[in-house]
Design a binder for this molecule. Sequence first.
Ligand SMILES: [Zn+2]
Length: 394
Amino acid sequence: MDITRRQWALASVAAAASCDSGGDSAPSADGPDNPVAPAPRHVIDLHCDTPMLLRGGSYDLGARNTRGQVDIPRMREGGVTGVFFAVYTSPVRNTELESVQLALEIIDATRREVSRFPDELALVTSSGEIEAATRSGRIAIVLGVEGGHMINSSLGVLRTLYELGARYLTLTHSKDTPWAGSSGSDANLGLSDFGRSVIQEMNRLGMLVDISHVSDQTFWDVLDTSAAPIIASHSSARALAGHKRNMTDEMIRAMADKGGVMHINYYNVFLDDAYAARSSAWNRANPDTGAGDGDARTRAKLAAIGRPPLDTLLDHFDHAIQIAGIESVGLGSDFDGVDGELPEGMEDISQVPNIADGLAKRNYSQDEIDKVLGLNSLRILREVESAAKAGQPA
Ligand SMILES: [Zn+2]
Protein backbone atom coordinates (compact mmCIF):
# COMPACT_ATOMS: atom_id res chain seq x y z
CA MET A 1 0.00 0.00 0.00
CA ASP A 2 2.89 2.37 0.77
CA ILE A 3 4.44 2.01 -2.67
CA THR A 4 1.17 2.61 -4.50
CA ARG A 5 0.44 5.54 -2.27
CA ARG A 6 3.84 7.14 -2.73
CA GLN A 7 3.72 6.72 -6.51
CA TRP A 8 0.25 8.17 -6.54
CA ALA A 9 1.22 11.23 -4.52
CA LEU A 10 4.31 11.79 -6.68
CA ALA A 11 2.25 11.53 -9.86
CA SER A 12 -0.11 14.13 -8.52
CA VAL A 13 2.69 16.54 -7.60
CA ALA A 14 4.43 15.96 -10.93
CA ALA A 15 1.24 16.64 -12.86
CA ALA A 16 0.72 19.90 -11.00
CA ALA A 17 4.38 20.95 -11.40
CA SER A 18 4.46 20.20 -15.12
CA CYS A 19 1.70 22.73 -15.62
CA ASP A 20 3.28 25.45 -13.49
CA SER A 21 2.10 28.80 -14.78
CA GLY A 22 4.75 30.71 -12.83
CA GLY A 23 2.73 31.63 -9.79
CA ASP A 24 0.07 33.91 -11.28
CA SER A 25 -3.58 33.02 -11.00
CA ALA A 26 -4.42 33.14 -14.70
CA PRO A 27 -5.06 29.81 -16.37
CA SER A 28 -1.96 28.41 -18.05
CA ALA A 29 -2.07 27.59 -21.74
CA ASP A 30 -3.42 24.11 -22.19
CA GLY A 31 -3.76 24.42 -25.92
CA PRO A 32 -1.49 24.03 -28.91
CA ASP A 33 1.49 25.47 -26.94
CA ASN A 34 1.42 22.66 -24.47
CA PRO A 35 -0.33 19.72 -26.10
CA VAL A 36 1.21 16.92 -24.04
CA ALA A 37 0.74 18.33 -20.53
CA PRO A 38 -1.32 15.81 -18.56
CA ALA A 39 -4.42 17.17 -16.89
CA PRO A 40 -3.62 17.56 -13.20
CA ARG A 41 -5.54 15.33 -10.87
CA HIS A 42 -8.07 17.11 -8.65
CA VAL A 43 -8.31 15.92 -5.07
CA ILE A 44 -10.79 18.14 -3.26
CA ASP A 45 -12.10 17.80 0.28
CA LEU A 46 -15.37 19.68 0.85
CA HIS A 47 -15.18 19.91 4.62
CA CYS A 48 -12.27 20.62 6.95
CA ASP A 49 -12.78 22.53 10.20
CA THR A 50 -9.22 23.90 10.23
CA PRO A 51 -10.20 27.63 10.38
CA MET A 52 -11.14 27.34 14.05
CA LEU A 53 -7.56 26.24 14.83
CA LEU A 54 -6.32 29.29 12.92
CA ARG A 55 -8.42 31.77 14.89
CA GLY A 56 -6.35 31.09 18.00
CA GLY A 57 -3.23 32.19 16.08
CA SER A 58 -1.14 29.29 17.35
CA TYR A 59 -1.57 26.85 14.45
CA ASP A 60 0.97 27.12 11.63
CA LEU A 61 -0.34 25.78 8.31
CA GLY A 62 3.23 25.67 7.02
CA ALA A 63 4.46 23.25 9.69
CA ARG A 64 3.85 19.54 9.94
CA ASN A 65 1.81 19.67 13.14
CA THR A 66 1.46 16.91 15.69
CA ARG A 67 -2.10 18.04 16.41
CA GLY A 68 -4.96 18.63 14.01
CA GLN A 69 -5.28 16.79 10.70
CA VAL A 70 -4.59 19.43 8.05
CA ASP A 71 -1.53 21.49 7.12
CA ILE A 72 0.48 22.15 3.96
CA PRO A 73 3.01 19.32 4.40
CA ARG A 74 0.28 16.77 5.02
CA MET A 75 -1.95 18.08 2.19
CA ARG A 76 1.07 17.78 -0.16
CA GLU A 77 1.82 14.28 1.05
CA GLY A 78 -1.79 13.31 0.41
CA GLY A 79 -1.74 14.81 -3.09
CA VAL A 80 -4.62 17.10 -2.06
CA THR A 81 -5.25 19.96 -4.50
CA GLY A 82 -8.22 21.72 -2.93
CA VAL A 83 -9.91 22.05 0.44
CA PHE A 84 -13.04 23.80 1.59
CA PHE A 85 -12.27 25.39 4.95
CA ALA A 86 -15.49 25.52 6.99
CA VAL A 87 -16.15 28.48 9.25
CA TYR A 88 -17.95 27.30 12.38
CA THR A 89 -19.28 28.90 15.55
CA SER A 90 -21.30 27.10 18.20
CA PRO A 91 -25.03 27.89 17.94
CA VAL A 92 -25.37 26.66 21.53
CA ARG A 93 -22.70 28.78 23.20
CA ASN A 94 -23.17 31.92 21.06
CA THR A 95 -26.13 34.05 20.06
CA GLU A 96 -26.63 34.43 16.32
CA LEU A 97 -25.39 38.02 16.49
CA GLU A 98 -22.22 36.91 18.32
CA SER A 99 -21.79 34.24 15.66
CA VAL A 100 -21.74 36.87 12.91
CA GLN A 101 -18.78 38.58 14.59
CA LEU A 102 -16.99 35.31 15.33
CA ALA A 103 -17.48 34.18 11.71
CA LEU A 104 -15.86 37.42 10.50
CA GLU A 105 -12.93 36.89 12.86
CA ILE A 106 -12.46 33.28 11.71
CA ILE A 107 -12.58 34.36 8.06
CA ASP A 108 -10.03 37.09 8.81
CA ALA A 109 -7.69 34.65 10.59
CA THR A 110 -8.00 32.17 7.72
CA ARG A 111 -7.29 34.78 5.05
CA ARG A 112 -4.26 36.05 6.99
CA GLU A 113 -2.82 32.57 7.48
CA VAL A 114 -3.43 31.49 3.86
CA SER A 115 -1.82 34.72 2.58
CA ARG A 116 1.43 33.80 4.37
CA PHE A 117 1.97 31.03 1.80
CA PRO A 118 1.42 32.57 -1.65
CA ASP A 119 3.52 29.90 -3.37
CA GLU A 120 1.69 27.03 -1.70
CA LEU A 121 -1.92 28.14 -1.23
CA ALA A 122 -4.45 30.19 -3.18
CA LEU A 123 -7.66 31.47 -1.61
CA VAL A 124 -10.17 31.08 -4.43
CA THR A 125 -13.89 31.54 -5.05
CA SER A 126 -14.83 29.70 -8.24
CA SER A 127 -14.40 26.44 -10.12
CA GLY A 128 -12.21 28.22 -12.68
CA GLU A 129 -9.95 29.58 -9.95
CA ILE A 130 -9.68 26.14 -8.35
CA GLU A 131 -8.51 24.73 -11.68
CA ALA A 132 -6.05 27.61 -12.20
CA ALA A 133 -4.60 27.15 -8.69
CA THR A 134 -4.12 23.44 -9.36
CA ARG A 135 -2.43 24.12 -12.68
CA SER A 136 -0.04 26.51 -10.93
CA GLY A 137 0.82 23.84 -8.35
CA ARG A 138 -0.91 25.62 -5.47
CA ILE A 139 -3.54 24.14 -3.18
CA ALA A 140 -6.91 25.84 -3.64
CA ILE A 141 -8.56 26.98 -0.42
CA VAL A 142 -12.27 27.81 -0.56
CA LEU A 143 -14.31 29.11 2.36
CA GLY A 144 -17.59 27.53 3.45
CA VAL A 145 -19.86 28.55 6.34
CA GLU A 146 -21.05 25.70 8.55
CA GLY A 147 -24.33 26.82 10.05
CA GLY A 148 -27.18 29.12 9.01
CA HIS A 149 -27.12 30.69 12.50
CA MET A 150 -24.13 32.72 11.24
CA ILE A 151 -26.39 34.81 8.97
CA ASN A 152 -28.61 35.88 11.91
CA SER A 153 -31.70 35.59 9.65
CA SER A 154 -30.32 38.31 7.36
CA LEU A 155 -29.92 38.02 3.59
CA GLY A 156 -27.56 41.01 3.85
CA VAL A 157 -25.22 39.00 6.08
CA LEU A 158 -25.53 36.02 3.70
CA ARG A 159 -24.55 38.21 0.73
CA THR A 160 -21.64 39.70 2.69
CA LEU A 161 -20.32 36.26 3.62
CA TYR A 162 -20.49 35.40 -0.09
CA GLU A 163 -18.54 38.58 -0.92
CA LEU A 164 -15.90 37.52 1.63
CA GLY A 165 -15.46 34.27 -0.29
CA ALA A 166 -17.90 31.80 1.27
CA ARG A 167 -19.04 29.40 -1.44
CA TYR A 168 -21.28 27.20 0.62
CA LEU A 169 -23.64 27.64 3.53
CA THR A 170 -24.53 24.58 5.60
CA LEU A 171 -28.10 25.53 6.44
CA THR A 172 -28.00 24.47 10.10
CA HIS A 173 -25.61 23.01 12.61
CA SER A 174 -26.94 20.87 15.46
CA LYS A 175 -29.67 23.35 16.48
CA ASP A 176 -32.71 24.58 14.56
CA THR A 177 -32.37 28.08 13.16
CA PRO A 178 -35.49 30.28 13.07
CA TRP A 179 -35.89 29.22 9.42
CA ALA A 180 -34.58 25.64 9.05
CA GLY A 181 -34.76 22.41 11.06
CA SER A 182 -31.66 20.56 12.29
CA SER A 183 -31.10 16.80 12.58
CA GLY A 184 -29.92 17.60 16.11
CA SER A 185 -33.44 18.48 17.24
CA ASP A 186 -36.37 16.09 17.57
CA ALA A 187 -38.90 18.48 16.03
CA ASN A 188 -38.05 17.60 12.39
CA LEU A 189 -38.93 21.13 11.30
CA GLY A 190 -38.82 22.12 7.64
CA LEU A 191 -37.92 25.37 5.88
CA SER A 192 -39.91 28.50 6.68
CA ASP A 193 -40.82 31.04 3.99
CA PHE A 194 -37.69 32.99 4.94
CA GLY A 195 -35.71 29.72 4.66
CA ARG A 196 -36.97 29.37 1.10
CA SER A 197 -35.81 32.91 0.35
CA VAL A 198 -32.33 31.99 1.71
CA ILE A 199 -32.16 29.10 -0.79
CA GLN A 200 -33.34 31.33 -3.63
CA GLU A 201 -30.74 33.96 -2.75
CA MET A 202 -27.99 31.32 -2.65
CA ASN A 203 -29.13 30.06 -6.08
CA ARG A 204 -28.98 33.64 -7.39
CA LEU A 205 -25.49 34.21 -5.97
CA GLY A 206 -24.11 30.85 -7.13
CA MET A 207 -23.47 29.51 -3.63
CA LEU A 208 -23.60 25.76 -2.89
CA VAL A 209 -26.58 24.83 -0.70
CA ASP A 210 -25.31 22.32 1.89
CA ILE A 211 -27.81 19.98 3.56
CA SER A 212 -25.38 18.28 5.97
CA HIS A 213 -26.78 18.65 9.53
CA VAL A 214 -30.37 19.52 8.48
CA SER A 215 -33.50 17.63 9.55
CA ASP A 216 -35.08 15.15 7.14
CA GLN A 217 -38.02 17.51 6.52
CA THR A 218 -35.68 20.42 5.76
CA PHE A 219 -33.75 18.19 3.35
CA TRP A 220 -36.92 17.50 1.34
CA ASP A 221 -37.99 21.16 1.45
CA VAL A 222 -34.57 22.28 0.21
CA LEU A 223 -34.56 19.73 -2.60
CA ASP A 224 -37.99 21.03 -3.59
CA THR A 225 -36.95 24.70 -3.43
CA SER A 226 -33.45 24.82 -4.92
CA ALA A 227 -33.20 25.64 -8.61
CA ALA A 228 -29.60 24.35 -8.66
CA PRO A 229 -28.15 20.97 -7.58
CA ILE A 230 -27.31 20.75 -3.86
CA ILE A 231 -24.58 19.13 -1.80
CA ALA A 232 -24.01 17.33 1.44
CA SER A 233 -20.56 18.68 2.38
CA HIS A 234 -19.95 16.00 5.03
CA SER A 235 -22.56 13.24 5.44
CA SER A 236 -22.46 9.45 5.47
CA ALA A 237 -25.01 6.69 4.81
CA ARG A 238 -27.80 5.90 7.30
CA ALA A 239 -28.28 2.43 5.81
CA LEU A 240 -24.85 1.54 7.26
CA ALA A 241 -24.88 3.61 10.48
CA GLY A 242 -28.10 4.85 12.01
CA HIS A 243 -27.09 8.36 13.14
CA LYS A 244 -29.62 11.03 12.17
CA ARG A 245 -26.79 13.13 10.69
CA ASN A 246 -26.52 10.49 7.95
CA MET A 247 -28.59 10.35 4.77
CA THR A 248 -31.17 7.66 3.98
CA ASP A 249 -30.94 5.87 0.65
CA GLU A 250 -34.09 7.70 -0.44
CA MET A 251 -32.41 11.06 0.21
CA ILE A 252 -29.15 10.01 -1.46
CA ARG A 253 -31.04 8.90 -4.57
CA ALA A 254 -33.28 11.99 -4.73
CA MET A 255 -30.35 14.39 -4.30
CA ALA A 256 -28.34 12.58 -7.00
CA ASP A 257 -31.33 12.56 -9.37
CA LYS A 258 -31.18 16.36 -9.25
CA GLY A 259 -27.42 16.44 -9.89
CA GLY A 260 -26.33 16.73 -6.25
CA VAL A 261 -23.10 15.40 -4.71
CA MET A 262 -22.83 13.61 -1.37
CA HIS A 263 -19.41 14.15 0.24
CA ILE A 264 -18.68 11.31 2.65
CA ASN A 265 -17.87 12.13 6.29
CA TYR A 266 -15.05 10.13 7.96
CA TYR A 267 -16.16 10.57 11.61
CA ASN A 268 -16.21 7.17 13.32
CA VAL A 269 -19.51 7.88 15.10
CA PHE A 270 -21.23 8.42 11.73
CA LEU A 271 -19.59 5.35 10.16
CA ASP A 272 -20.10 2.60 12.71
CA ASP A 273 -22.96 2.08 15.20
CA ALA A 274 -20.84 -0.23 17.35
CA TYR A 275 -18.15 2.48 17.61
CA ALA A 276 -20.83 5.06 18.44
CA ALA A 277 -22.07 2.87 21.31
CA ARG A 278 -18.53 2.36 22.65
CA SER A 279 -17.90 6.09 22.32
CA SER A 280 -21.02 7.05 24.32
CA ALA A 281 -20.20 4.51 27.02
CA TRP A 282 -16.61 5.81 27.30
CA ASN A 283 -17.84 9.44 27.43
CA ARG A 284 -20.27 8.57 30.24
CA ALA A 285 -17.52 6.85 32.20
CA ASN A 286 -15.06 9.70 31.57
CA PRO A 287 -16.98 12.99 31.75
CA ASP A 288 -15.19 15.85 30.00
CA THR A 289 -14.53 18.61 32.49
CA GLY A 290 -13.05 20.77 29.72
CA ALA A 291 -9.99 21.30 31.91
CA GLY A 292 -7.54 18.70 30.59
CA ASP A 293 -5.64 18.32 27.32
CA GLY A 294 -8.14 17.44 24.58
CA ASP A 295 -5.57 15.57 22.48
CA ALA A 296 -4.51 13.42 25.43
CA ARG A 297 -8.17 12.66 26.11
CA THR A 298 -8.73 11.55 22.52
CA ARG A 299 -5.62 9.35 22.62
CA ALA A 300 -6.83 7.71 25.83
CA LYS A 301 -10.28 7.19 24.34
CA LEU A 302 -9.02 5.68 21.09
CA ALA A 303 -6.61 3.43 23.00
CA ALA A 304 -9.58 2.18 25.03
CA ILE A 305 -12.21 1.72 22.33
CA GLY A 306 -10.16 1.30 19.13
CA ARG A 307 -10.66 2.76 15.65
CA PRO A 308 -12.84 1.13 12.98
CA PRO A 309 -10.85 -0.26 10.03
CA LEU A 310 -10.54 1.78 6.84
CA ASP A 311 -12.94 -0.66 5.17
CA THR A 312 -15.76 0.75 7.31
CA LEU A 313 -15.22 4.12 5.63
CA LEU A 314 -14.83 2.53 2.20
CA ASP A 315 -18.15 0.75 2.74
CA HIS A 316 -19.85 4.17 2.97
CA PHE A 317 -18.21 5.31 -0.27
CA ASP A 318 -19.17 2.05 -1.94
CA HIS A 319 -22.75 2.23 -0.71
CA ALA A 320 -23.21 5.87 -1.71
CA ILE A 321 -21.81 5.13 -5.18
CA GLN A 322 -24.19 2.18 -5.56
CA ILE A 323 -27.19 4.34 -4.63
CA ALA A 324 -26.24 7.75 -6.08
CA GLY A 325 -24.04 6.74 -9.00
CA ILE A 326 -20.37 7.49 -9.60
CA GLU A 327 -21.08 11.13 -10.56
CA SER A 328 -22.58 12.01 -7.19
CA VAL A 329 -20.07 11.10 -4.47
CA GLY A 330 -17.07 13.04 -3.13
CA LEU A 331 -14.77 13.64 -0.14
CA GLY A 332 -16.09 15.44 2.98
CA SER A 333 -13.68 14.35 5.71
CA ASP A 334 -14.66 16.55 8.67
CA PHE A 335 -10.94 16.68 9.54
CA ASP A 336 -10.26 19.02 12.49
CA GLY A 337 -13.92 18.77 13.45
CA VAL A 338 -14.20 15.35 15.10
CA ASP A 339 -11.49 15.30 17.79
CA GLY A 340 -9.39 12.88 15.77
CA GLU A 341 -12.02 10.10 15.97
CA LEU A 342 -11.19 8.78 12.52
CA PRO A 343 -10.71 5.28 11.08
CA GLU A 344 -7.41 3.39 10.91
CA GLY A 345 -5.43 4.57 7.93
CA MET A 346 -7.33 7.87 7.76
CA GLU A 347 -5.82 9.63 10.76
CA ASP A 348 -5.09 12.80 8.80
CA ILE A 349 -5.26 14.37 5.33
CA SER A 350 -1.93 12.84 4.23
CA GLN A 351 -3.78 9.51 4.04
CA VAL A 352 -6.33 10.41 1.36
CA PRO A 353 -4.52 8.14 -1.14
CA ASN A 354 -5.70 5.19 0.96
CA ILE A 355 -9.23 5.97 -0.29
CA ALA A 356 -8.05 5.79 -3.89
CA ASP A 357 -6.19 2.54 -3.17
CA GLY A 358 -9.22 1.10 -1.37
CA LEU A 359 -11.59 1.96 -4.21
CA ALA A 360 -9.15 0.51 -6.75
CA LYS A 361 -9.11 -2.73 -4.75
CA ARG A 362 -12.90 -2.70 -4.98
CA ASN A 363 -12.56 -2.63 -8.76
CA TYR A 364 -13.34 1.00 -9.46
CA SER A 365 -11.46 2.33 -12.48
CA GLN A 366 -9.06 5.27 -12.30
CA ASP A 367 -11.60 7.43 -14.13
CA GLU A 368 -14.26 6.57 -11.58
CA ILE A 369 -11.90 7.18 -8.67
CA ASP A 370 -10.92 10.58 -10.12
CA LYS A 371 -14.59 11.59 -10.12
CA VAL A 372 -14.96 10.75 -6.45
CA LEU A 373 -11.66 12.39 -5.49
CA GLY A 374 -12.52 15.78 -6.95
CA LEU A 375 -14.10 15.96 -10.38
CA ASN A 376 -17.65 15.59 -9.06
CA SER A 377 -17.12 18.49 -6.63
CA LEU A 378 -15.70 20.68 -9.39
CA ARG A 379 -18.58 19.74 -11.67
CA ILE A 380 -21.30 20.70 -9.19
CA LEU A 381 -19.61 24.01 -8.34
CA ARG A 382 -19.45 24.78 -12.07
CA GLU A 383 -23.15 23.91 -12.46
CA VAL A 384 -24.21 26.07 -9.52
CA GLU A 385 -22.19 28.98 -10.98
CA SER A 386 -23.82 28.54 -14.42
CA ALA A 387 -27.30 28.22 -12.91
CA ALA A 388 -26.70 31.56 -11.13
CA LYS A 389 -25.56 33.20 -14.37
CA ALA A 390 -28.53 31.76 -16.29
CA GLY A 391 -30.94 33.07 -13.65
CA GLN A 392 -29.70 36.64 -13.99
CA PRO A 393 -31.40 39.17 -16.25
CA ALA A 394 -29.52 39.70 -19.51
ZN1 LIG B 1 -20.35 19.40 10.76
